[in-house]
Write a protein that binds this ligand. Structure first.
Ligand code: LLP
Length: 416
């Protein structure tokens, strides 16, 4: 559930009319709802309330400082995949002792910085990375806390581009090699084994792949115990899906209940989740204005002022995202439109074959845009990135200014 609803035919973000925000801040515009972010985070936290746990929000889904700060104030941890994300989390007031560092290509510099600020755990994704971390931590006279990210080889049954837990994916260490990798880690002077980690993919709408992965991880935990290796936490990654259209993904409570059933007898094993989309997606919308309506033979185009540089999910994954009018026009004639952007690429669309009643100048909202929306946006076609607004009840805060043209060539230099 979220706080973007119609009242008297007008779309609201909490208590603020979206049309008013668009008039005040311009379009394209990302609008987030604080109450929704908090509600979604609590849904995870409450689901695990009777068991030791840490919710580490996946920063990549939406890394706006205000967004991160709201979560930091709830006591959230953070899953990061770069030093940039680490610096954002710190700038937003996040606690480094609740940061988990994932990613396949951590550089020495990134490891150094993460050790310096005292992160909670590195999710190590390969043997070479383990050697590098051991040596960096050794240079600093520290022990690096680690989990190994194990690839459980289960089919997440999601889009191939966002499936990560299969053998052929680049992520993690293969399940067959896991025990051996832990043995190796246990011999390393500057490595401190803390946990076991996996992340099998994103936008999962069924529980069974998560539960299969958990089963495999628990088998591994028992094998490690036989080897004298104690595991303090099990990190099952992110991946819980959301409703874009008519999907019925499991609720965090269902997921947690099924897992806790499996964890009977392991009451001290801390559980970590790294949800990104499930917290952020439906906590945001992207608002765009119709610039032109263009009819070509049997084809009708609504050409809007937001493009694939603002929101790339439809172009990149053929993701279906709901497009709704900001002001309902019940009486108007409906037409089937391709909602397309200004970018010079055929693949630049927000939605195809959408039945809408439109006039030039109308505002549309793309729903579920709070995750992997702004954070994947770019300046392609030398377009300024959109502004971002956080709504809190009847207050709206500009949490990121719209880029200005000068911002776009900052740091560029002419030749002599
Ligand atoms: N943990 C790790 C290690 C991850 O790689 C990811 C996402 C997450 C957690 C969070 O997953 P979530 O709960 O958001 O599903 N750009 C794509 C999604 C890419 C996800 C990458 N990894 C999209 O827009 O659909």
């Amino acid at each position: 559930m979220d706080y973007f609803n119609y009242k008297d035919g007008q779309l609201y973000a909490e208590n603020m009319p979206v049309a008013e925000l668009a008039a005040r801040f311009g379009t394209p515009l990302y609008i987030y709802s604080r109450a929704t972010i908090e509600r979604h985070w609590h849904a995870f936290d409450n689901a695990l309330s009777n068991h030791p746990h840490l919710i580490c929000y996946a920063t990549k889904a939406n890394s706006n400082l205000a967004f991160l700060n709201i979560l930091a104030r709830l006591g959230s941890g953070f899953d990061i995949v770069s030093q940039g994300e680490l610096e954002r989390v710190l700038a937003a007031g996040g606690d480094p002792a609740k940061v988990i560092f994932s990613g396949v290509a951590k550089t020495e510099g990134e490891m150094r910085r993460a050790l310096e600020v005292g992160i909670r755990c590195f999710n190590v994704e390969s043997i070479p990375e383990l050697h590098r971390l051991n040596s960096v931590a050794g240079d600093m006279g520290l022990k690096a806390p680690i989990s190994l990210r194990i690839n459980p080889d289960v089919d997440a049954k999601t889009h191939p581009y966002i499936s990560t837990g299969l053998k052929e994916n680049k992520f993690g260490i293969s399940y067959q090699m896991a025990r051996e990798a832990y043995r190796l880690a246990s011999t390393m002077e500057n490595i401190n084994i803390q946990g076991v980690d996996c992340h099998i993919g994103s936008q999962l709408t069924e529980l069974s792949p998560f539960l299969d992965a958990a089963d495999r991880m628990l088998v591994l935990l028992d094998q490690l115990a036989e080897d004298g290796i104690t595991i303090h936490h099990l990190d099952l990654g992110g991946g819980l899906g959301v409703r874009y259209d008519d999907e019925t993904p499991p609720e965090p409570m269902e997921y947690a209940t099924a897992l806790l059933e499996k964890l009977k007898g392991r009451e001290n094993l801390e559980l970590c989740f790294e949800p990104g989309r499930a917290i952020a997606a439906n906590a945001g919308i992207m608002v765009t204005q119709v610039e032109y309506l263009k009819d070509q033979d049997d084809h009708h185009f609504a050409i809007v002022d937001a493009g694939m540089n603002d929101l790339i999910r439809p172009s990149l994954y053929e993701a279906w995202m709901k497009i709704i009018p900001v002001i309902e026009n019940g009486a108007g004639q409906r037409q089937v439109y391709d909602v397309v952007g200004p970018v010079c690429e055929t693949g630049d669309f927000l939605g195809k074959k959408r039945e809408l009643s439109l006039n030039q100048g109308d505002l549309l909202a793309v729903r579920s845009a709070g995750a992997y929306g702004f954070s994947m946006s770019s300046n392609y076609n030398t377009r300024c990135r959109a502004a971002e607004v956080m709504v809190d009840g009847d207050q709206a805060y500009l949490v990121r200014e719209r880029e200005r043209f000068e911002d776009l060539w900052r740091g560029e230099h002419l030749v002599k």
